[in-house]
Design a protein around this ligand. Structure first.
Ligand code: ADP
Ligand code: MG
Length: 793
């Protein structure tokens, strides 16, 4: 099989600095032809804390460096598209992002939550792959996706449908199984079929949402877990027994930051420990692979290195993206990420074309081959090699047939038993006998005739002449009759045609109208205006929104949530999403209407052509002339017009399809932001409860105070589920275009939390309305805490 040997390609991407970050000093030397280099300067003022006496600048080589302003489409085109192409051709591929928390791994792999143009490698790759599959009709493709999360060395299936009902920890763990050929299999990881981009995207968002819901302050899954989204593709040419199977892993690794950043006395980074054990083992594997004569590679030490074994030094085309947050405070982490990247760049992989045989198709093929060989043998030896009747059996049969034929008793039967082969043989035999006797009869007859001819030769010749004349006469008669018939038929047709042209013209039009409609809808058109309208109702598809809920969110909590939402009102908002969505809806609707217009126009033009046909046909009957048999310039014009309209239709149709994908993406993003807001609120709420208790223990009069809050926190999962149902009911989610939905959030990616408002330092704003709100909220909160206290007594 074809094999491609190459080292892991390593790219770097520099994130734009955050608002409060101080930019670090670095420079990018971008060489189009060879590798690019990144120089990081360690500033003098930092060098002290760093114990950095020797060097001030560090240089690293990368395949290419994407600086702050590089957009997602460019990153996709140069990093992911080539990998996707290899995967389509039957090779395995992996793209993984490595870097400290906040450096842009998730942004690069999955995408940002704010804009459609921010979508990352996964959605773009899905879109690209399904586009290519649609274009290639020479093969039959099947696509599946899986989504694995590894947290604390345990694997979880993010697409497990039971996620809706249970917590991550309660689901069956994904475990590694190794077969005798040392292939890795993952037990309990579901492969979900996705037949198109939309289905695949839904699965991606479902997984992301499941992950978000499972995350708690105690388990910071988003920074400490690894996520592996895998696209599985199999392809087969029709009739061929060879199947190609390939996998594309898109990996968002845990944050690479280390617990101890600097050691004492010049021991910089080398002895620092990873937060994350799997990343530590990943580094060990990378080190082992980079060493020349190392035979044992410690893949088995961790789940992640087992899953990614092929991607690291194995059968895979692998690409790494080092994400860097190059502000001053992160210089050391950035250096460490770059060092890791340099080592990864040394690893050689050997990707092979993953072809295998389908056993069932193999059998069919082999059977066919055997038959062909048998035929060939029969041809060469002149003998049919069959497992049929033996010579003895045939002789016996011959005898039986003979006695049967000779038996004059009308009741006699030929009994050969219930053997199809024997019955067939008997029939063949009898047929042969019959043919034989016929031939001999004929021979006798012709002998007889020739004898007569010889005797009456002259008389015979005269007879022949007469017969010939008679024949000629009959021929003429027949010709005359045929001509007469033709004329009759033509008359009848003309009459019918005139009838159509005058009275039944409308039905002709109607017929052609319905046919035209079918024609003008391209075969791939699974999309109509009706569907465009249905976009608006597809918002509630995420399953967690329909979770079964136990209790209800209390009134105080609800009120607090409303204030919490308002606190987020000042920056990027769901409102933006909604406006954009509305805009897109309107665009889609408008396009749909235009599409309809064009379709009607095409049909109208076709109708005109038809009418033209009828007119000309009528003209041809009344005053025949040569001209009428030549091309009709008017019709030609109409046809070019139709072609143009069809082109317009096609472009608009494609735009509508694009819009549909975008709208769905936006809707999914919006759902995600809403869930995240909810989660943030819950976290903040429980933190608040603790703070409040610590600061004002006397506020709760219950003697059971100590047990009150832990219970409250424990029930946060419960709270979360109940508040989902509450939001779907209270917040106007039913209005997907969201005209009156006022949920807002100042940070949809929500890396920062709202600073806790503690009751000891009420942040009055001076704005009387806002202050009233805050006070009302705090009162509500105290109420609910007291109630909680009482209910626990
Ligand atoms: P990580 O997954 O590595 O922890 P994120 O992808 O969550 O980091 O990025 C942290 C924040 O920075 C997010 O708000 C993200 O939107 C933003 N961000 C990251 N990379 C970029 C970029 N290239 N351009 C714009 N914003 C970015
Ligand atoms: Mg992340």
């Amino acid at each position: 099989a074809a094999m491609v040997k190459e080292t892991i390609r390593v790219y770097a991407r520099v994130k734009p600095p955050g608002r409060r970050q101080q930019a670090g000093i670095y420079s990018v030397d971008d060489d189009e032809k060879s590798l690019s280099s990144l120089e990081i300067i360690v500033p003098r003022d930092l060098a002290d804390g760093f114990v950095n006496n020797k060097r001030e600048s560090y240089k690293f080589k990368f395949q290419k460096i994407f600086d702050q302003e590089a957009k997602q489409d460019v990153v996709f085109d140069s990093i992911a598209k080539p990998v996707a192409e290899c995967v389509l051709a039957g090779y395995n591929g992996t793209i993984f992002a490595y870097g400290q928390t906040g450096s842009g791994k998730t942004f690069t792999i999955t995408g940002g939550a704010e804009r459609y143009s921010d979508r990352g490698i996964i959605p773009r790759t899905l879109s690209y792959i399904f586009d290519q599959l649609r274009k290639d009709s020479s093969k039959v493709y099947t696509t599946h996706v899986s989504y694995l999360e590894i947290y604390n060395e345990c694997g979880y299936d993010l697409l497990d449908p039971r996620h809706e009902a249970s917590r991550l920890e309660d689901l069956p763990k994904v475990t590694i199984m190794e077969d005798p050929d040392q292939n890795i299999h993952l037990k309990n990881l579901s492969l979900q079929q996705a037949t198109n981009e939309e289905e695949a995207l839904n699965l991606l968002f479902l997984g992301d949402t499941n992950r978000m819901i499972a995350e708690t302050p105690m388990n910071q899954a988003s920074t400490r877990s690894h996520c592996i989204f895998t696209i599985h593709i199999s392809s087969k040419e029709p009739g061929s027994a060879t199947i190609r199977r390939s996998k594309l892993h898109l990996v968002d690794l845990a944050g690479s930051e280390r617990v101890a950043k600097t050691g004492v006395g010049g021991h910089l980074l080398t002895e620092a420990k990873y937060i994350n054990l799997s990343l530590h083992y990943l580094e060990q594997v990378i080190i082992a692979l980079a060493e020349k004569n190392r035979s044992h590679i410690p893949y088995r030490n961790s789940m992640m290195t087992s899953v990614l074994r092929d991607s690291l030094g194995g059968n895979c085309m692998t690409t790494m993206i080092a994400t860097l947050s190059l502000d001053k405070r992160n210089i050391d982490e950035s250096l460490s990420t770059c060092r890791f990247a340099q080592r990864v760049a040394l690893i050689k992989n050997e990707a092979v074309l993953n072809e295998e045989m389908d056993p069932k198709l193999m059998i069919v093929q082999l059977k066919k081959e055997i038959q062909e060989l048998k035929d060939e043998l029969a041809l060469v030896t002149g003998k049919e090699r069959t497992s049929e009747l033996s010579q003895d059996e045939l002789l016996q049969l011959d005898e039986l047939i003979e006695t049967f034929l000779e038996d004059n008793d009308p009741d006699s039967t030929l009994d050969v038993g219930a053997d199809m082969r024997k019955i067939k043989y008997c029939f063949v035999h009898v047929k042969q006998l019959m043919n034989h006797s016929k031939i001999s009869d004929k021979k006798l007859l012709s002998q007889h005739i020739s004898e007569e001819k010889n005797t009456n030769k002259e008389a015979g010749e005269e007879e022949l002449k007469k017969l010939k004349e008679l024949l000629q006469q009959r021929d003429n008669e027949i010709n005359i009759l045929v001509n007469m018939l033709k004329k009759e038929k033509k008359k009848a047709q003309d009459a019918l045609f005139q009838l159509n042209a005058t009275s039944a013209g409308s039905t002709v039009l109607e017929q052609s109208h319905s046919i035209n409609l079918e024609e003008s809808q391209s075969p791939s058109s699974c999309f109509s205006l009706k569907e465009a309208k249905d976009f608006s109702s597809s918002v509630h598809r995420l399953p967690f929104l329909s979770r079964q809920t136990g209790g209800k969110m209390s009134l105080g909590c609800q009120e607090a949530f409303e204030v919490f939402k308002r606190d987020h009102a000042d920056s990027i908002t769901i409102e933006d999403h909604k406006q954009l969505l509305n805009q897109r809806f309107t665009e889609a609707k408008c396009l749909g209407e235009k599409l309809n217009e064009v379709r009607n126009k095409i049909n109208h033009l076709k109708g005109e052509i038809n009418q033209r046909h009828i007119q000309r046909a009528a003209l041809a009957i009344s005053s025949p002339s040569e001209e009428l048999y030549t091309l009709d310039p008017v019709e030609e014009k109409l046809r070019t017009q139709i072609e143009e309209e069809k082109k317009r239709y096609k472009t608009m149709f494609n735009r509508l399809k694009g819009l549909k994908v975008e709208i769905e993406h936006l809707q999914l993003l919006m759902e995600k932001v809403k869930v995240k807001l909810q989660k943030d609120f819950e976290v903040w709420w429980s933190e608040e409860s603790i703070n409040l208790q610590q600061e004002n223990p006397e506020m709760v009069s219950s003697p059971n105070t100590t047990t009150v809050y832990p219970r409250f926190i424990k029930s946060s999962q419960h709270l979360s589920t109940s508040s989902f149902s509450e939001t779907t009911r209270v917040s106007p989610n039913e209005d997907p275009a969201g005209k009156n939905n006022s949920i807002t959030s100042n940070n949809p990616t929500l890396k920062t939390r709202t600073p806790p408002i503690s009751s000891t330092s009420i942040p009055l704003t001076g704005d009387s309305q806002a202050d009233a709100d805050i006070l009302a909220f705090i009162k509500a909160r105290q109420n609910i805490l007291q109630k909680k206290g009482k209910s626990c007594q």
